[in-house]
Design a protein around this ligand. Sequence first.
Ligand code: NIG
Ligand code: FE
Length: 397
Amino acid sequence: MAPSRPRSGSTLVTNIGSLVTNDPGLGEGPLGLLRDAALVLDGDRVAWAGPAAAAPAADTRVDAAGRAALPGFVDSHAHLVFAGDRTEEFNARMSGRAYSAGGIRTTVAATRAAGDDELHATVARLVAEMLRQGTTTVEIKTGYGLTAADEARSARIAATHTDEVTFLGAHVVPPEYAGDPAGYVALVTGPMLDACAPHARWVDVFCERGAFDGDQARAVLTAGAARGLQPRVHANQLGHGPGVRLAVELGAASADHCTHLTDADVDALAQGDTVATLLPGAEFSTRAAWPDARRLLDAGAVVALSTDCNPGSSFTSSMPFCVALAVRDMGMTPDEAVWSATAGGARALRRDDVGRLAPGARADLVLLDAPSHVHLAYRPGVPLVSAVWRAGERHAG
Ligand code: NIG
Ligand code: FE
């Protein structure tokens, strides 16, 4: 995201009917829920949170008129640097054709052919679309360039829009390496990594049949780690496989998708400190079976929700939509889904300055045109976000 200019002076947001702080020390339950609450934003930080009646004075005052407020969504998994359109592939899927990893190559061809300005404009448009829907932190992956130069270009472009850039050179084997996957892994772990590492914080791999197997994924993640990139993994999306256990073994911040899990996978996630990031937009848009959030939560795993925004398997930028799907179809309560879309995303990015509204946290706030955060699931598809502050700067409403 483009850096935003902090507001000068402090702002009191008061008369908040129901405030999700995600700080159990500030309010009720894991959401740290406060009724009749207020917040003071100072510069780009939260200065104070508590009952409206006890709020300190500030330079300006915003009356929330009883509406609900929550931390800005943390979308920890998105593929925004791309060109082209895959409407036809979606149409075909909705007429019965199965999703396969190979569709990624269509976007690779279009992305390689695009100019920098077009890619920048697409990322900016999608980040703005996300912001209007309450997302104040977004991770952005490379993965549609798949040459050293094209991946480095994607990473550079992503880095102008977010601090959370992920190198995903190991998305699929591109056509020019079709007969030599080992050669492609050598490129990814060598010159491509060298070109991308300066622009990225994370390294990711699509560990799946049709993409990269467990040994290849391990090689990519360990090479990335040796260059200072922290691992995260596309794991167990289309079928069972080694991705989840590899992610936990390597101490990855997140194993993403987690749709097809054995008991051993669930146990590994519950024991380790790898977040299970669920991406219901992908199952929605590929008409696939839902990941079982309830099973993961009951086992004690930490669950995050994210959009997976990409032109192939999940072309939604809407965290509220993902919250609604997770509640309706994945066994999450509304409270759990809202936590996973905010604090859970922050955990998946190993951030403690976002995903919560407590003194010291970044002033990332969403006001809803609704009395409660539960309306995000209760009123699916309705544009409830009425105002957003990111780093103290008001962006909408
Ligand atoms: O997360 N799984 C791999 N990557 C994307 C799909 C990208 C595409 O189809 O273009 C995903 O679903
Ligand atoms: Fe993805």
